[in-house]
Design a protein. Structure first.
Length: 106
């Protein structure tokens, strides 16, 4: 019975979006209806919350990876790459200036 209730709660409420308060409210209701003991409800609530937290972490990691891939596909330069190019350009400008000075003196 406990397994069936757990599956029903996970399916209907979605462990990822359930807050601790919502889980506790749902399990309290099940206790009041006599479908679960207080201990079973506490265990179920803890398990649902842990499961939700794990799933949320997985979603965040997946989202982060997808954003990185999307940025790479868009081919946007990173700040560090732009800074490197800026440094190279400044170096080249100095070298050109030096060469122009030498040629002007000759």
């Amino acid at each position: 019975m406990l397994e069936l209730i757990k599956k029903g709660l996970l399916a209907s409420l979605g462990a990822v979006v359930m807050t601790k308060e919502r889980v506790e409210k749902a399990t309290k209701s099940l206790v009041e209806e006599g479908k679960l003991s207080r201990e079973e409800a506490d265990n179920l609530a803890e398990e649902l919350i842990r499961s939700g937290e794990r799933q949320w972490e997985e979603i965040q990691q997946s989202l982060s990876e997808n954003i990185k891939k999307a940025v790479e596909r868009v081919d946007v330069a990173r700040r560090s790459e732009l800074e490197g190019l800026k440094d190279r350009l400044e170096n080249l400008e100095k070298r050109v200036s030096m060469m122009e000075e030498r040629l002007g003196k000759v």
